[in-house]
Every structure is written in C-alpha cells, then in structure tokens.
Design a protein around this ligand. Structure first.
Ligand SMILES: *Cc1c(COP(=O)(O)O)cnc(C)c1O
Length: 230
C-alpha cells in the first residue's frame, strides 16, 4: 500500500510499532495508538476511521466541539492539549481521556465537571521532565501531592503520566526524558499505590524510542494523517 494514503501509512506505523515492541521484548498489544487529528478535517478523520482507527486526539476543546459532531459516531476522543478552566465542562462531556492535567485545581475542577456530567473519565498527569522551564506540565515535585488528592476524585481515574520532551532533531534526544518519566512513575507507584499503568509518550518522530523506553500510548499526528493545515 502506498504511504500517500492514510491506510498505507497506518499499515507502515503498525509495522514499525510491532518491530519496536519486538526489539524491546514487549507485546505489540501493550502499545496503543492515538491518532492526533488537530487541524485535520472531518473528511480526513472519516478516512482514518474507515481504515480501522478509532481513537483520536485533539489539542483544543473548541475545535473538537465543532468537529466531533461531523465525524463518524463511535470514535473515542482524547484531549492532549492544555485545558483552560472555562472549557472544563465541555471537555468533561466530549472526551474519554484527558492527557494534560497540569494542576491540582484543574484536577479538582475536572472531577466536579465529570460528576456534574454523570460520567467517570480517565486522566493522565502531564509532567515536565526536561528540567527546563516549559510552558505546560507539572514539575515532578508537584506530582505526589496531586496523586494523593486524586484518591478523593471519585469521577476520575488517574491512569498514568504524559510528557512532551523538547524537540531534538535526533529522536534519541527524547530518550532520557522518556526514561526519566518512567523512573518517576515507578517511584510514585511505589509511594502512592496508584498503578499509573499508562505512559503517554512518543510522537511521529520519536515513537520507536518511546516504545523502547516503556510507552503504552503513542500520540501520532503527521506520520499517520499527513501534514496539518496550519
Ligand atoms: C500535535 C501533537 C502530537 C502529534 O504530533 P506529530 O508530530 O504530528 O505526531 C502529539 N502530542 C501532542 C500533545 C500534540 O500536541
């Protein structure tokens, strides 16, 4: 199949995921794909859905709210971008998983919004592990308190951690950040008893490195759906 079609690229990515899993001694079923569909049209999403892709990720609530009604039903939607306080209620209604919880206040507001919407959703804490001041993401030292507080959040399941390393042209540059997140996860799992099974890490250019370092969810946009219309 040609890599000029979504179907062809999907096949190619599945092959690369399988081979990265094999190299790491992991089962391919341990790694889940979220197709990042920000700035892609409903037509592109429909084509991807026809290829068997069912989990999509958006980075803006407003864009997702406009687009989701125009997409096939039965897809699962994840939020991977920063969430503003005034969008929490719609996010609670639109998404099944939120990868980008980056404050205690946001966690608590999301819990209240999910209770209000009568649903329980899965969330991940976004952690900034690079040591440099990044725009979004929790500093590692903030996380234990938030994990403790999450035990009271009955409408949320805190299932894991997410990170976005700084871009480096050589994807191996992401490896220490991915390894660091996994090490922190192991520490926090031991100290809080929360399993934190999900590690959401790896994008188009570095997903094989992320799989090697323990990713359970990879977030792939351009390599799968093609260039975005910015
Ligand atoms: C855009 C985006 C991605 C996908 O990026 P690609 O390089 O297109 O694969 C993954 N994660 C987040 C949080 C994003 O915003």
């Amino acid at each position: 199949m040609s890599t000029e079609t979504i179907g062809g690229r999907y096949e190619e990515i599945c092959r690369r995921v399988a081979s990265a899993c094999d190299a790491a001694g992991r089962a391919p079923g341990e790694v889940h794909l979220v197709a990042i569909s920000k700035k892609q049209s409903p037509a592109v999403i429909r084509e991807a859905a026809e290829c068997g892709i069912s989990v999509f990720g958006e980075n803006r609530v407003q864009e997702a709210a406009a687009k989701i009604p125009e997409c096939p039903e039965g897809l699962s939607w994840h939020l991977v971008g920063h969430l503003q306080g005034n969008k929490v209620q719609s996010a609670a209604e639109l998404f099944d998983v939120i990868h980008s919880i980056d404050s205690l206040r946001l966690l608590q507001r999301m819990n209240a919004a999910c209770a209000e919407a009568g649903r329980t959703i899965s969330v991940l804490l976004q952690v900034s592990v690079s040591g440099e001041a990044s725009k979004f993401g929790l500093a590692p030292e903030e996380v234990p308190l938030i994990l403790e507080a999450s035990i009271q959040c009955m409408s949320l399941d805190v299932v894991g951690l997410m990170t976005i390393p700084p871009f480096t042209p050589n994807p191996e540059g992401s490896a220490p950040h991915f390894a660091h997140l996994r090490k922190l996860r192991d520490q926090w799992r031991a100290s809080t008893g929360i399993p934190l099974d999900e590690l959401s890490m790896g994008m188009s250019h570095d997903f094989e490195i992320a799989i090697r370092e323990g990713a359970t969810t990879i977030r792939i946009g351009t390599a799968l759906l093609g260039a975005r219309k910015d």
